[in-house]
Design a protein around this ligand. Structure first.
Ligand code: OSB
Ligand code: MG
Length: 368
């Protein structure tokens, strides 16, 4: 495929719920989109970095500047045999995987549309629907937590993940477990603890959690391995895994027994598939994490989740939970905790150009 032109769009979407995590409170989402044009088709991707470097080190401003100055000039006007060849053209640069992933993921969509097949099929997946759960933010108190969990259990979500932080952990987990003895329950700390808190975290062993996600530092594997030795509950790595090599090191060290794969965090679909393959070789289950994506990133996540080792429910819940109006025309809605894989070519969704035009804070076009 040949990359003829590129568009960078930036849309601000109000979130339908207040999302509180150990990072702080989020009420809206800035969504950077990249469209690559070639051979009469277009491919689209979503950047999952945020305005400030809270989750990982990347930022929207940094990513857009890299796209304009470094990455797009290396792909515009060029022909690639496949998305891996494009990935290799950007492979000499360090870090900035979410920014590189914008180019790589748009290229996969473009390539799949060129071939007329769904992206999941091209990646090697077979599922027609994928199991999903929800990630629930920190609530004002335990009663509100039990309420919000009840609403989502009633909707059929197959796993409930509670955000925790020091001082907001054993209490809400105990309350939810007592109210729902049989649900698949997990917690996510987004790096809010240190090894000094291992006693507190070990107290969570009493609540039959499927895993504890990223309790320790975003760039750590060694302390996670020490913590895992002190806990019965499996640890799940999120922030700490930026590549298949990180996944290998983390699993070999015993830093965790489960991996949350976020496509953009690891640099795109090709690397995400390598992380999946490493985890599978270690016998470790993976699941697809979310970054409060619009329909574009959400559709990419659904397609990736069709690979066989995605055996735990992902974060890719219904788009209507997040947005009044999405940037894509198609609804991405789960029923009974099952999200259908959009079956058109590529990611199977199309941009709602009128809605985007009305809201775009940036709308730039680049040609070879
Ligand atoms: O750690 O999984 C995380 C959102 C922003 C940053 C980090 C995380 C999250 C989520 C959201 O948990 C999951 C979703 O998309 O619903
Ligand atoms: Mg997480």
């Amino acid at each position: 495929f040949r990359v003829e032109a590129a568009e960078i769009l930036l849309v601000r979407l109000p979130l339908k719920f207040r999302f509180e995590t150990s990072f702080g409170v989020q009420t809206e989402k800035l969504v950077p989109l990249l469209v690559l044009h070639g051979d009469g088709v277009q491919g689209v991707s979503e950047g999952t970095m945020e305005a400030a470097p809270m989750y990982r080190e990347e930022t929207i401003a940094g990513a857009l500047s890299l796209l304009r100055e470094v990455f797009l000039p290396r792909v515009l006007g060029r022909t690639f045999a496949n998305p891996e060849a494009l990935e290799a053209a950007l492979g000499g640069f360090r870090g900035n995987r979410m920014a590189r992933a914008m180019v790589e993921m748009a290229a996969w969509d473009l390539w799949a549309r060129t071939l007329g097949v769904p992206l999941g099929t091209l990646l090697g997946g077979h599922k027609r629907e994928v199991e999903v759960g929800v990630s629930l933010g920190i609530q004002p108190d335990e009663a509100a937590t039990v309420d919000v969990v009840r609403r989502h259990v009633e909707q059929g979500y197959r796993r409930i993940k509670l955000k925790i932080k020091p001082g907001w952990d054993v209490g809400p987990v105990r309350a939810v477990r007592e109210a729902f003895p049989d649900i698949r329950l997990t917690v996510d700390a987004n790096s809010a603890y240190t090894l000094a808190d291992s006693g507190r975290l070990a107290a969570l062993d009493a609540y039959d959690l499927t895993y504890i996600e990223q309790p320790l530092a975003w760039d750590d594997l060694v302390d996670h391995a020490e913590l895992q030795r002190r806990l019965r509950t499996p640890l799940c790595l999120d922030e700490s895994v930026a590549s298949a090599q990180d996944a290998r090191k983390g699993l070999a060290l015993g830093a965790g027994r489960v991996i949350n794969i976020k496509v953009a965090r690891v640099g795109g679909h090709a690397e995400a598939r390598r992380v999946h393959d490493v985890a599978q070789a270690f016998g470790a289950p993976v699941w697809c994490g979310g970054m409060l994506e619009s329909g574009v990133g959400r559709a990419h996540n659904i397609h990736l989740s069709t690979l066989p080792d995605f055996t735990l429910p992902g974060d890719t819940s219904s788009a209507s939970r997040y947005w009044e109006t999405d940037v894509v025309n198609e609804a991405l809605e789960a029923t009974d905790g099952l999200m259908p894989v959009p079956q058109g070519p590529g990611i199977g969704v199309t941009l709602n150009r009128d809605f985007i035009a009305g809201r775009a804070e940036l709308d730039e076009e680049y040609r070879a």
